[in-house]
Write a protein that binds this ligand. Structure first.
Ligand code: ATP
Length: 116
């Protein structure tokens, strides 16, 4: 049980560290907060809240994973290396896909509420 709580603390430390030093993570935190406020003002249904919260959590998680991959790459090599570029660009690509899709889904969801 103690190991479980320790692991939880380390994970939480990771979230706090990301929130302190990672510019993109801070941006997504703020964007997520604004979306939640917009959700309350719009009056989302339970199912719509599920979608919105999963999108926000997914975005934040991916952003942290991207930062972790960047750090591992930087740790492995300080040299310019095609594999380092591929690893970083692939991770950034994953973030990009999720961000664009989240934006589209979120926009459709909110727009359908506002204009109905
Ligand atoms: N060691 C490396 N070898 C080859 N390409 C790299 C390396 N590090 C970063 N790049 C590439 O350089 C471009 C700019 O990367 P980026 O701005 O993310 O630089 P970074 O310094 O690694 O990131 P950050 O500023 O977030 O720490 C990206 O295409 C990235 O893949």
């Amino acid at each position: 049980m103690r190991t479980f709580f320790k692991a939880f603390k380390y994970a939480w430390d990771g979230v706090l560290f990301g929130a302190r030093v990672e510019r993109n993570f801070k941006f997504h935190l703020l964007a997520g907060l604004l979306v939640v406020i917009a959700g309350f003002l719009t009056g989302l249904s339970l199912l719509e809240w599920f979608v919105v919260l999963i999108l926000i959590a997914g975005m934040l998680s991916l952003e942290l994973m991207n930062s972790a991959i960047e750090r591992v790459v930087n740790l492995v090599t300080t040299e310019i290396h095609p594999l380092a570029k591929q690893a970083k660009d692939l991770a950034a690509g994953a973030v990009l896909i999720y961000a664009v899709m989240s934006g589209v889904v979120g926009l459709l969801l909110f727009a359908s509420k506002w204009f109905n």
